[in-house]
Design a protein around this ligand. Structure first.
Ligand code: SF4
Length: 208
């Protein structure tokens, strides 16, 4: 991890990449959004498709003002803050500046670290290796559980028992086993209609 001092209380953040695209997953699928991807994750999911983000030292501590300036240069109304695990860092300075610019802020997190910052929407995607902190369940607007095998349906229900009543529930197949596991997910959602299916539609659209 990077020392808090080096990041000046969140006024600098290890930026992997930032780009304007269309959200491919979950509740906001299909919406144009500016993605801010921060480096660093200590969760270690074996199937992670962003392993290149894990070591934050590979990415330059970037001033929040510079990140926000780039975000407002495009037509985006929504910002997705993702990683890695963005809650490794104090997100107050970044999110407050984005809010001042009138932008909606969506967070993608495993919930494994304490919350900081202001968000319009929190997508909590719990991970077996480092389950969410209690506070994360209360902050979730959307619970997105990655399904790798049949045993994950129980894990999904266990997580759903901790979120608030209004939280949207999604099951998303892990990409590498998607074809094999999808029939089970479809049948599960038909039997348990409070759940919805999320697919990684950006991979079909061939966009980042
Ligand atoms: S929490 Fe996300 S970024 Fe971290 S290892 Fe798991 S899938 Fe990858």
């Amino acid at each position: 991890m990077i020392d808090a001092e080096v990041l000046d209380g969140g006024r600098l953040l290890p930026l992997v990449e930032d780009f304007y695209t269309v959200q491919g997953e979950g509740f906001h699928t299909g919406k144009a959004a500016y993605f801010i991807r921060l480096g660093g994750c200590d969760v270690g999911c074996s199937w992670c498709d962003a392993k290149y983000t894990w070591n934050p030292r590979l990415y330059p501590p970037t001033p929040v003002g510079e990140i926000v300036r780039r975000a407002v240069e495009c037509a985006a109304q929504s910002i997705v803050i993702t990683g890695g695990e963005p809650l490794l860092y104090p997100l107050g300075p970044l999110t407050e500046e984005l809010k001042r610019q009138g932008l909606q802020i969506f967070l993608e997190t495993s919930g494994s670290h304490p919350f900081s910052g202001v968000f319009d929407w929190v997508c909590l995607s719990p991970k077996h290796k480092q389950p969410p902190l209690d506070e994360a369940y209360g902050r979730a607007d959307e619970l997105k559980v990655i399904i790798c095998g049949e045993e994950d349906f129980e894990w999904a229900e266990d997580n759903a028992s901790h979120v608030g009543d209004g939280c949207m529930l999604y099951l998303q197949p892990e990409w590498s086993v998607s074809e094999r596991i999808m029939p089970s997910i479809v049948e599960y959602v038909k039997r348990n209609p409070r759940w919805n299916i999320s697919i990684q539609s950006h991979k079909y659209m061939r966009i980042p």
